[in-house]
Structures are given as C-alpha cells and as structure tokens.
Design a protein around this ligand. Sequence first.
Ligand SMILES: Cc1cc2nc3c(=O)[nH]c(=O)nc-3n(C[C@H](O)[C@H](O)[C@H](O)COP(=O)(O)OP(=O)(O)OC[C@H]3O[C@@H](n4cnc5c(N)ncnc54)[C@H](O)[C@@H]3O)c2cc1C
Length: 405
Amino acid sequence: MISQPDVIVVGSGGLGAATAFHLVKRGVKHVALIDKHDIGSQTSPRAAGMVSCVRKSELMIKLIKLAVEKIKRFTEDTGQPLDWVHSGSLKVARRDQDAEVIESDITRGRHLGLDVERISPQDAHRLNPFLEPEGVVAVMRVGDDMYFDPSQIAVGFARGAEARGATLLPHTAVTRVLIDNGRVTGVDTDKGTIRAPIVVDAAGAWTRQVAEASGIRVPLVPTAQQLFVTEPVEGAKTDLPIVRIMDAAVYMRPCNGGLLWGVYEEHPRFFDMNALGEEFQIRDMPLDASVLWHYADDVKPQLPILLKAKVREHRGGIPTITADGQHIVGPTPAVRGFFFASGCNVAGLSISPALGETLAAWIVDGAPPVDLTPLTVARFGTGPWSEEQLRQQAAWQYRHFYGAV
Ligand SMILES: Cc1cc2nc3c(=O)[nH]c(=O)nc-3n(C[C@H](O)[C@H](O)[C@H](O)COP(=O)(O)OP(=O)(O)OC[C@H]3O[C@@H](n4cnc5c(N)ncnc54)[C@H](O)[C@@H]3O)c2cc1C
C-alpha cells in the first residue's frame, strides 16, 4: 500500500484515469489511482464512444474541441492504443421545432469554429445510406464529430499514468474520505488508511456514496443507459457518419462491420447505489431489450435497419445525470482538498481527456486554465435538494440530450 501520496483519485473510469494521467504528466510525483474493481472496468468500457461537438454552451464546445485533439493524439501522449474514426455525424430533426434548434446549433457552432452545415435529407442519405429521408425535416452535418473504442480510454490513461509513476490500486474500496477541520486528510479503504491532502471523487455511479460517507452532498443520479451492437451488416462502412434522431433521442454508428445503437429513453431507470449492495458491479445491471425495440419502432421510417439487423451484443452501464445536464468538476467549497470529476451526463468518456487535463491543472496550479466555475458543485448551492425534483430534472436532461424541444 502506498503510504502518503500527494493526490488520491478514487475511481479509474475515464474521468478518474484521465485526471491521474494528467496529474503525473504535470509533475505530481505521488498519485494513487484507487478502484474497488478492475482498472477501467465499470461504465466506461460499456459506452458508445461517440464524440458530439455541438454542445449547448461555449465552454462545453471549447472543452470538447480540446478533447477531440487529445483523442487524436492519445497514443502519442499516453503510449497506449486507441482506435478512433473521424466519421462526422448527422443530427436529424423530424419536427419543425427541432429544425429551429438545428439552426441555432449551426449559428453557435460556426461562431466557435465548428464544421457544421444544414444539408438536405437526400444528401444525408447519400452520406449514410442507412438513413432514409422519409419524415426528415432538417439535417445538420457535423464534420468534427468522431467515435472511438470505449474500452481503451480509461485503461489507456491508467496505464499511461502508471508508466509515469502513478500507483494503481485495483480491488481497493474507499469507504470514507477523512476530513479534519474542513480539510481532506486522506481516505479509509478496506485495506487500510491512506493519508493525502487532496482527494478526487471520480467514482462514477458511486460518486455520491463516496462523498456522502463523509457528509458531502452532491446532486447527481445514477441512471441506466443501454445499447445494442449488431452482427455485421452489408454496407456498414467504418467511416459512415453517426446518426442522431433528435426527438426520439436515438443514436447509431458503425461498429466492427455492424452497427451500434442506443437511446435516451423518456422514462429512465435511476439507481440508489447503496441499495444495490457492496458486491454490485456494472455488469450486474439488469438490461431491458424492450426499451430499445420500442424506439427502433419509433424511428423505423428513418432507420429501418435497426429492426432488421441481428443483435450480437446488448450492454449497458450507469452514467450519472445532473439537474442541469452539466458535469460536476472541480473543488467543493465545503471541504478543502476535495474535488469532483463526475456528473458525466452520458458524455463523460469523450470529454474525459479535456476534463482530466483541466482538473489536473486546477489541482496543481490552484486555478484552471479554462474557467470551469460553471461546472463546480457550488452552482447548486448548499441544499438540501429534493430527491424527487432532482430525478425529475435529471430525467428531462437525459431525454433532451440532443436539444429537442
Ligand atoms: C450505453 C452507454 C453509452 C454511452 N455513450 C457515450 C458516448 O457515446 N460518449 C460519451 O462520452 N459517453 C458515453 N457514455 C457515458 C460514459 O460511459 C461515461 O460518461 C463515463 O464512462 C463515465 O466515467 P466515470 O469515470 O465517471 O465512471 P466509471 O467508468 O464507472 O468509473 C468509476 C470507477 O469508480 C470506481 N469506484 C466506485 N466507487 C469506488 C470506491 N468506493 N472506491 C474505489 N473505487 C470506486 C468504480 O469501480 C469504477 O471503476 C455512455 C454510457 C453508456 C452506459
């Protein structure tokens, strides 16, 4: 067991591993990356691995552009493999009100240097022949979007951190963050106490559990998200653009000769991680194929392939959703030395390279290079928050991820 690291990062998913990697890259000598399970084994490897560059705020577009650059040079930076494809994407409106959202997406995107344009449904069909023009009102082509292999990011960052001197502690559960006089002093684990002046809570679905064990509240909701990967399908070329149907909140991208697709359903399943017990792992999450089939039927006129292609894999994970759909990153005013890297809102893996780098700089320099104040937990005030209201707002954010009105 490492005796006295400079920083403890709890959780080796995309967000924690990226933070640990960038901490050692910035010269922090003793970083401990702790995980109660295998390194990078929980929600991160189960993601779809898509990058969406058209975000709702200037800050998020800045961060995701930085993430795209870092994904492209991931292997150079970390020495670890990462397969990625610069595919672009097609955002599809089936209703006039969503076409208006596309217009404002294009204005904002262009202003911030993104390669975005409105194209006809027929041109969209030419770019991705699985997308039928029937019932399509407007399409935005986003040239900057891409996808990557989700199983490689967290493990890659963790191994890259280890190669630069970080200590990885898998199968070690943090049971409590130690606080003395409003200051972090370390953590208790199931294998003993580790002292450190800085702790980053990047425990994914368990973020709240880790924080609340020490009386720190954080308003986010662990939420199910699942997808199908199909058997190989003729014509599913690697570089076909990702398709996103706004009002149905359905996404589809190429995957190993087949297609990968999923949905942000209207009535998401939320979890209380305490109720699931200590042994629970993300792979134990019950899956529900009927949800996916329901939405395949909804988008049948535009994506008929979804009902036809044979399913090879059904997987899911538990991302964390916040009341305003923004991540929770940075220090908590309640306790000095305690930072969050969570509230992924089903988009945490793609942005993890940028959030990890920015948070590491914040920890080392005392201020982030990009102002991340809008992402800190302080924006929610001191609570108490009503769980019911939080879940209602989180459900809305989840379902409206593509900006449909
Ligand atoms: C089906 C699906 C599709 C998705 N699609 C995309 C996408 O296209 N693009 C995108 O960017 N994102 C996507 N996501 C979201 C993405 O997976 C998450 O945003 C990201 O993986 C979150 O990473 P994390 O580090 O917060 O969580 P995790 O990967 O779950 O890591 C948290 C880690 O903390 C550890 N931990 C928890 N409690 C403790 C403790 N007490 N002590 C020690 N360790 C602990 C866990 O074991 C775990 O390894 C998708 C998710 C799913 C499920």
